[in-house]
Design a protein around this ligand. Structure first.
Ligand SMILES: Cc1cc2nc3c(=O)[nH]c(=O)nc-3n(C[C@H](O)[C@H](O)[C@H](O)COP(=O)(O)OP(=O)(O)OC[C@H]3O[C@@H](n4cnc5c(N)ncnc54)[C@H](O)[C@@H]3O)c2cc1C
Length: 487
C-alpha cells in the first residue's frame, strides 16, 4: 500500500522531498504557512544559482534547457571536482574537517542535479556573473556555472510543476503548529485545531532567521533588529517541533549568513521587485571605500579579501556596532566601480563636495570622530602601489587599526558619497541531526520514527560561511534523501 507523506513547506527542499516521495509511489500533501503568492520561502528570493561538482561540459549539457544556445561552442566551463568543492567548503569551516553532511552534499551534488533535470527542472549558464571573455571565448571561473531558468522563482515554478504532474497536492495558508505523536512515533501534524495524519512527516520549513526571539536567544542581542533578506515565514517552527520531539541539535546555532544591507530597506525581502532587482538592497562594495560606525570609527578591514570571502561575515560586524548601523564612504574615483545596487532607484545615500560637507549629512555619526578617522586613513594609505580591483593588489594602509589590506585609495576626489547600512540575515546554520535516510535523530543517534527533515533545517552543513550556490544544492540533496526515506 502506498505511504502517505506530509511535507511541511514549499521551498526547494520541500519540493525536492515531495518529488522523491512521489517517485517512490507515496501520496504527498505539502502544507504551506504562506499564501500562494509568498509560497516557496527563501527559494523564491534567490538567483537560482546551484553549485555542484562536475568533470566538464559533458556533465552540464544534459542539465540545460537550451542546448542550441549560440554561445555554447565558444564556452569553457572547465571542471569543478569533488575535491575542489570540498576544499571550498573547508575554507569556511574554521578548522573543522568536512562534516558527514558536507561530504554528502559534495558527493551527491551532480547526481542530484541530473535527477532534477530528469524531472524537467532545467538550467542555464550564468554568463553574466560567473564568466569573463578571453580571446573570443566565454571562460567560467569559481566553479559556479548554472542557475535555474528565471532564477529562484523559475526553480520554484519548475519544481512545483513536477510535483503536481506526479500527483502531489499543496495546501496554502496552512501553518503547521505541532507534531502529532503516538508514543515516540510521529503520526501527523497539527494545523491549528486540525489534525492531519500521515505515515511520515518531512519538515522542510526553513531556519529561524525571521524569528526575533529565537535570533536573540541563539545568536545574541545584536540580532534583534537585523533585517531579514528573504521570507517572513521562516520562524523556526519546524526546529522547535523537532527538538520538542527529541531531535538532536546539530551545527552552529549562533551561525548565519548575513550581509550589509541598505539601512532603510523594509524588514523583509521584497518579491514585488523584478527578479534582477531583488538583490539591490544589498550593499557589498565596501572594499572600494571605508565603513564608519556611529563613533566615526572604522571597525573592519574592508579590503581583507575579495568580497565573496567577507560579505557574509560583515553583516554581523555592522550589527555589533553602536546603534547597529554604519556608513559606507566612497569618493568619485570609484563611483563607476560600485555594483549596480548602489545605483538602484531606492538606494539611500548622501553626497558632499568635501569630506566635511559629507560628514555633516551623515546622520547619527560623531562628526569630529569621523573626520579624524578619514584624515588618519588618508594619511596611512600606501601611495606607491597601483590600485587594481581585479586582484588582491596589496595597496594597504600602514600603522592603522584595523588596517585596510587591499584597495586602499585615498578619499580625495569629490564629490563624496556615503550609504547608510545595517546587517541583513540570509539564513541560519543551526539545525537538527539527520541520517542517510533523512530521518531525524535523537542525541543517542536513534531515529525518531516517522520524522524527517531537510533544507535549512539540517544542521552541520555550513559553519562560518559557504561558497555561493551551495544552499539550494543542499536543499535538493537532503530533500531528495528525506523524500526517499519517508516513502
Ligand atoms: C536573498 C537571498 C538570496 C539567496 N541566494 C541564493 C542563491 O543564489 N543560491 C543558493 O544556493 N542559495 C541562496 N540563498 C539561500 C537559499 O535561499 C536557501 O538555502 C534555500 O532556499 C533554503 O531552502 P529551504 O527549502 O530549506 O527553505 P525555504 O525555501 O525558505 O522554504 C521554507 C518553507 O517553509 C515554509 N514554512 C515555514 N514555517 C512553516 C510552518 N510552520 N508550516 C508550514 N510551512 C512553513 C515557508 O513559508 C517556506 O515556504 C539565498 C537566500 C536569500 C534570502
Amino acid at each position: 500500500m502506498s505511504k502517505s507523506v506530509i511535507v511541511v513547506g514549499t521551498g526547494n527542499a520541500a519540493l525536492c522531498a515531495a518529488m522523491a516521495a512521489l517517485e517512490k509511489g507515496a501520496s504527498v500533501t505539502l502544507l504551506e504557512k504562506a499564501d500562494e503568492a509568498l509560497a516557496g520561502g527563501n527559494t523564491k528570493y534567490t538567483a537560482g544559482a546551484m553549485r555542484f561538482a562536475y568533470d566538464g561540459a559533458d556533465d552540464l549539457m544534459p542539465l540545460l534547457r537550451d542546448r542550441s544556445d549560440a554561445h555554447l561552442p565558444s564556452t569553457d566551463f572547465g571542471s569543478y571536482t569533488t575535491e575542489k568543492f570540498g576544499a571550498d567548503l573547508l575554507g569556511f569551516n574554521d578548522g573543522r574537517p568536512l562534516s558527514d553532511e558536507q561530504q554528502a552534499l559534495v558527493n551527491t551534488s551532480l547526481d542530484t542535479m541530473q535527477w532534477l533535470a530528469s524531472h524537467d527542472v532545467k538550467f542555464e549558464p550564468i554568463y553574466s556573473r560567473q564568466s569573463f571573455e578571453k580571446d573570443g571565448r566565454h571562460v567560467f571561473w569559481g566553479g559556479l556555472t548554472l542557475a535555474a531558468e528565471n532564477e529562484g522563482v523559475g526553480l520554484f515554478d519548475m519544481e512545483l510543476a513536477a510535483v503536481k504532474r506526479m500527483g502531489g497536492t499543496v495546501r496554502y495558508n496552512s501553518a503547521v503548529t505541532g507534531l502529532v505523536m503516538d508514543g515516540a512515533r510521529v503520526v501527523g501534524v497539527q494545523v491549528g485545531d486540525e489534525v492531519v495524519l500521515a505515515d511520515a512527516v518531512i519538515l522542510a520549513s526553513g531556519g529561524f532567521e525571521a524569528n526575533e526571539d529565537m535570533r536573540v536567544a541563539h545568536m545574541g542581542d545584536n540580532w534583534k533588529a537585523a533585517k531579514v533578506r528573504g521570507t517572513p515565514h521562516n520562524t523556526g517552527d519546524g526546529l522547535r517541533m523537532a527538538i520538542k520531539a527529541g531531535a538532536a541539535q546539530n551545527g552552529l546555532f549562533k551561525g548565519c549568513h548575513a550581509t550589509p544591507m541598505d539601512l532603510h530597506m523594509a524588514d523583509f525581502g521584497n518579491l514585488d521587485l523584478p527578479p534582477g532587482e531583488r538583490k539591490n538592497y544589498r550593499k557589498i562594495s565596501y572594499f572600494l571605500g571605508v565603513m564608519l560606525n556611529a563613533n566615526g570609527d572604522r571597525f573592519v578591514d574592508e579590503g581583507a579579501n575579495f568580497r565573496n570571502y567577507t560579505y557574509a561575515q560583515y553583516g554581523a560586524a555592522i550589527l555589533e556596532q553602536p546603534g547597529q548601523f554604519a556608513w559606507q564612504v566612497f569618493d568619485a574615483k570609484v563611483f563607476d566601480l560600485l555594483y549596480g545596487e548602489y545605483r538602484f532607484f531606492d538606494a539611500h545615500f548622501v553626497e558632499g563636495d568635501t569630506l566635511e560637507a559629507l560628514v555633516a549629512k551623515m546622520e547619527g555619526v560623531d562628526q569630529a570622530g569621523a573626520l579624524a578617522t578619514l584624515s588618519a586613513y588618508n594619511d596611512a594609505v600606501d601611495t606607491n602601489t597601483a590600485f587594481d580591483p581585479t586582484a588582491l593588489d596589496g595597496k594597504s594602509t600602514t600603522g592603522l587599526t584595523p588596517p585596510k589590506s587591499n584597495w586602499a585609495q585615498k578619499l580625495d576626489t569629490g564629490p563624496f558619497r556615503a550609504f547608510p547600512v545595517t546587517g541583513g540575515i540570509t539564513f541560519t546554520y543551526g539545525g537538527v541531526k539527520v541520517d542517510e535516510t533523512g530521518h531525524v535523530l535523537t542525541a543517542d543517534g536513534a531515529q525518531i520514527p516517522g520524522l524527517f527533515a531537510c533544507g535549512e533545517m539540517v544542521g552541520g552543513v555550513f559553519f562560518a560561511g559557504y561558497p555561493g550556490g551551495s544552499g539550494l544544492t543542499s536543499g535538493a540533496v537532503f530533500g531528495r534523501r528525506a523524500g526517499y526515506g519517508a516513502a
